[in-house]
Each structure stands twice: as structure tokens, then as C-alpha cells.
Design a protein around this ligand. Structure first.
Ligand code: NI
Length: 253
């Protein structure tokens, strides 16, 4: 099956014991592509290095809202230099996360979101956007900058999805769509134009049912795809083919 994992973090510690073997196995069997997302300057550099060790793995470089408090101004130049690498295909993971009370202050998150949207537009690269409980502000920034890209692990309403689609962006869905309490996400999965959908793991997090809570990897996308394919009345293989094409189109692979 042609699985394209459009959003993952295989640099996470949970892959320390078997990272290279696992990726080699996945990419030699059912997985036709992976986008590894940096979350700060250091992991962005490591993501580009990882991409050079695996032909069908590419990197997104960026400062995640959860890491924005530790970022320093020079990091923007580091990202720009990394983005010039042939295996760097996007600016990500960037965005806003208002979930945690003790999170990085919102104005600091917004500063980094804004400067990375500007960087992506200047370099003509797509963005990978993280939006957790920050739908209004995320949409406002995207409407202002109108970047190419994807809102990953989309958790907004059908109405918000329509606004994202109007901007020409893609919507990324992962294991959450298989969860019992995922009514809103299921509604979005049912209405999206199929040429705007990307499938993702967000590995090591958000493994789909029946592996919920376990370490997630790209092979688990088969379960997510089966649920969405059934909703859409097409075969899992057809959905995997369409979404892999979508990822190649967005990331210009
Ligand atoms: Ni992520």
C-alpha cells in the first residue's frame, strides 16, 4: 500500500532504539514518503540530516509553538539556511497552541508564527501549521499571509475547514479520526474535497484505534485510511493513492 506519512517526528526519543532500522523497513515496504518535522533549530537540522540518510524522507524546518519560549532571534537565520537544503521542503512545524496554561506566552508564539509565515512566503515554501485550541487566531494569521501549506492534525469545525480550503490549503488528518469522541473530525473527513486531504501520523503520538496509546509509526496510517475510505465510499488503496499524490503536489516532490 502506498502510504505517505505527511507529518511525523521520528527524531522523538521514543524511536532512539530502532529509528534507522524502522525507517528503512517502512520505506522499503508499504511507505512511499515521510515528512519529518523539526520543532526547534536543533531538531530542524537533525531532520534535514535524517532526510539525507533516507531517499524518500523529506524535512520541514521550523520552531513549534511549544518551543517558541526557548527560541532565539538567530534561529530564524538558521531555519533559512536549512531551508535552502534540497531535502527541506517546508517551513514547519509552526503555529499556535493555547492548550496549556503554563505554555509559552501567546504573544511570543504569535511572533514566531508571524516571522515564519513571512519566511515561508519569501522562500516560496509551504507551511506545516499546528493549531491547538487556537482556531480563531490561526485562521486570522493564515488569512493575512495566505501561505501554501497544510493545517496538520486538523481539529477545527467544518466551517473552519471551509475557510482553510478557500485559502487553497490542505488539511491533514491522523489517528484522531478513529477515536470514539472524534465526531467533529469525522464530519470534516466526510466533507473534504479528496484532493485537499493529507494523511499523517504525528508519530510517535496519536496512534489510531486499535493501537491507541501505543507508539505510532507510518504503518498505522492503514487504519486511519480505512476509516476515512469507508466514510467516502472508496477503497483504502484508492484513498492512499490520492493522498500520496496530494502530498507530492504540496511538497513538490
Ligand atoms: Ni507534529
Amino acid at each position: 500500500m502506498p502510504i505517505f506519512d505527511s507529518h511525523a517526528h521520528y527524531l522523538d526519543d521514543r524511536f532512539n532504539d530502532d529509528r534507522e532500522e524502522l525507517l528503512a523497513t517502512l520505506l522499503n515496504t508499504t511507505v512511499c514518503g515521510i515528512i519529518e518535522n523539526g520543532t526547534d533549530a536543533a531538531t530542524s537540522r537533525l531532520a534535514v540530516e535524517l532526510a539525507h540518510r533516507h531517499e524518500k524522507l523529506w524535512a520541514a524546518v521550523g520552531i513549534h509553538p511549544g518551543e517558541a519560549a526557548e527560541a532565539v532571534p538567530q534561529d530564524l537565520a538558521v531555519l533559512e539556511a536549512l531551508a535552502a537544503d534540497e531535502k527541506a521542503v517546508a517551513i514547519g512545524e509552526i503555529g499556535l497552541d493555547y492548550h496549556y496554561d503554563d505554555a509559552c506566552p501567546r504573544d511570543v508564539q504569535q511572533h514566531w508564527f508571524r516571522s515564519q509565515l513571512e519566511l515561508a512566503n519569501r522562500l516560496a515554501l509551504p507551511v506545516v501549521v499546528h493549531d491547538r485550541e487556537a482556531h480563531e487566531d490561526t485562521l486570522r494569521f493564515l488569512q493575512e499571509y495566505r501561505p501554501a501549506g497544510v493545517v496538520h492534525c486538523f481539529s477545527g469545525s467544518v466551517e473552519m475547514a471551509k475557510e482553510i480550503l478557500k485559502l487553497g490549503m490542505y488539511i491533514g488528518l491522523g489517528g484522531v479520526v478513529t477515536f470514539k469522541n472524534a465526531r467533529k473530525t469525522v464530519e470534516v473527513a466526510a466533507m473534504l474535497p479528496l484532493d485537499r486531504l493529507l494523511l499523517e501520523t504525528d508519530a510517535p503520538y496519536l496512534a489510531p484505534v486499535p493501537h491507541r496509546g501505543e507508539r505510532c509509526d507510518a504503518s498505522h496510517i492503514a487504519y486511519t485510511a480505512a476509516v476515512i475510505a469507508e466514510l467516502r465510499g472508496i477503497s483504502t488503496e484508492e484513498l492512499l493513492n490520492i493522498t500520496a499524490d496530494n502530498a507530492r503536489r504540496l511538497y513538490r516532490l
